[in-house]
Design a binder for this molecule. Structure first.
Ligand code: ADP
Ligand code: MG
Length: 316
């Protein structure tokens, strides 16, 4: 078919920093120029509300008032906290948005990353408990039961932001786009040539550019959690940023990478973290309860477990 709108093939692109990562937006068609600005504004708004690093964010206000009074928050933040708590229940605490005191203790992703004293970890562990998040739906407030508890939405906010951007693009007639929030990818529609997008699944043992396979998708979120994203080395051992709330250490449950392909990125983002901590057996069981969710799980023994419609190959 002859394409009568050749100019639509030129993407509108934007790259910027937010949500603790590099964001890359590539839009085709519709009112892409307007939509890309709206998308950027929305991402900044979500970061302003949900970052645990910005002292005026809603999350920081909840954290600063831990053990004290309830903090009024936006619909946005309430929605994401509620989702996070659902995933805590589903994963029986493997995923826990109150993990922040542990994250801070390890300092992973900061210049001060180091192995904390065992004693400190033991002292901090009781602070991590999603059941201590008290929500008042009517008054739109959230509070934490005990002093020094704190919330971290780092494992779910990017997913929410990707869904919100997809919504903005749909509303502005953008038919085709790649929303890349630091590796959390949402592939909107089909490529301008009408075929599906090819999203590379990074080889957790290879370089940034090496892939173990490709997910061929349209209108899907593709999110990966791995031990190679954020970590530090101590005596040759890798300490990564996904912590097991049950023992306070970086999760070591046999997986080195978990990819989830889903309709909504908020689910993919939360699920990858859940599965990573739960490990292959329990993780696969949890996935069985979700319809239309596909996975690519890679173990430290270099085994690749994947659902059928995605190309992948076993390591040699
Ligand atoms: P990435 O940030 O690389 O996309 P994730 O989505 O898995 O990876 O999120 C990891 C972040 O989530 C950590 O940096 C930390 O802030 C937080 N986190 C760590 N462990 C947990 C956990 N068990 N449950 C919920 N959040 C966690
Ligand atoms: Mg996540």
């Amino acid at each position: 078919m002859v394409n009568e709108h050749k100019e639509e093939q030129i993407p509108v692109i934007k790259t910027f920093y937010s949500l603790g990562t590099i964001i890359r937006l590539r839009l085709y068609g519709g009112d892409s120029k307007f939509a890309i600005d709206e998308a950027q504004k929305r991402i900044f708004e979500i970061d302003d509300r949900m970052s645990a690093f910005k002292c005026n964010s809603e999350i920081s206000k909840i954290n600063n008032n831990a053990g004290g009074y309830a903090q009024e928050i936006s619909e946005d933040t309430l929605f994401v906290i509620k989702k996070a708590m659902q995933y805590s229940e589903l994963s029986t605490g493997a995923f826990d948005p109150t993990v922040r005191p542990l994250v801070a203790l390890w300092g992973i992703g900061t210049e001060n990353a180091s192995i904390p004293e065992e004693k400190k970890i033991k002292e901090t562990l009781p602070l991590v408990n999603y059941r201590d998040i008290i929500i008042d739906e009517k008054n739109h407030t959230v509070k934490l039961n005990h002093a020094n508890q704190s919330i971290d939405l780092g494992s779910i906010a990017k997913g929410y932001a990707a869904d919100e951007v997809a919504d903005i693009l749909h509303r502005n007639g953008v038919a085709s786009a790649i929303i890349d929030l630091g590796g959390n990818i949402y592939a909107l529609g089909y490529k301008p040539d009408g075929t599906k997008w090819d999203i590379g699944i990074q080889d957790p043992l290879g370089s940034r550019e090496s892939y173990i396979g490709v997910a061929n998708v349209a209108d899907k979120s593709v999110v990966t959690s791995g031990n190679y994203e954020r970590y530090f080395l101590s005596n040759g051992k890798r300490f990564h940023h996904i912590l097991d709330p049950r023992n306070g250490y970086p999760s070591e449950n046999g997986l080195i990478s978990a990819t989830i392909i889903s309709d909504f990125s908020i689910d993919g983002d939360a699920l990858t973290t859940c599965i990573y901590v739960m490990g292959i057996e329990k993780g696969m069981k949890l996935l069985e309860s979700f319809e239309g969710v596909e996975s690519i799980l890679i173990t430290e023994d270099k085994e690749v477990y994947t659902s059928s419609s995605i190309y992948s190959k076993k390591y040699c």
